[in-house]
Design a protein around this ligand. Sequence first.
Ligand SMILES: [Zn+2]
Length: 241
Amino acid sequence: MDINLAKLIELQSVDERLQRLHRAHVDIPLKIEHLHRQAAEHQQRLQAAEAEFAATQKALRQFELDERDAGARLGKTQGRLLSCKTNEEYRATLAEIDYLKNHRSELETKILEHLERVEEMQAQVAALREEMQRTTASLERQVRVKQEEFAGLAAASSGAETERAALLAVIEEAWLRTYDKIRAKRPGVTVVQIEGERCLACHMSLPPQFVQEIRHNNSLATCPHCSRILYYREPQPSGPA
Ligand SMILES: [Zn+2]
């Protein structure tokens, strides 16, 4: 294989590595932001549940006080019944007793409902706290891994740039021009293998004579369909070595 072609294949792999590093430079901060957002959402869910738990407890205490008041008023009103002087006063007192009984019964219902809700919220808060403890450690670990990955990008990029410069120094100008021109125009691969007389990038058939020439020379040749640089590699014998 022409040394230029061999080096161009290496250059392509370095360029692919650089591309992945550049993508990671954009993607990793986004991933970290997403992890932070997840942690904040957990925190918000827990805070909302804690707030509702506290509000329900407060409402329960108020209903309990009201119910005690209603009970005391009922007792007093019932006591007054015996000292009523007129029928009118008696009827009015009975009506008040009726009202207070109803009122107290309504408050008792509310107390039961709130007791139930307090229990539910207590369990929910406990479950969310447990989930927080479990996920916070995992999220923090994931953030650390991503931060380390991000910190390593600069060194990896500069290593790849050095490799790239060394390859540029040894590849002939005409090859590089062709390579750059294709790379600017076509997404994906630039230097592509021939397999079964097809270009592996565009999958179009190549004339057998053309393939034979490339197979023997492996010099600068481009696909007549997609203009990528073609090379031929003898199939590796398959099966156990
Ligand atoms: Zn092609």
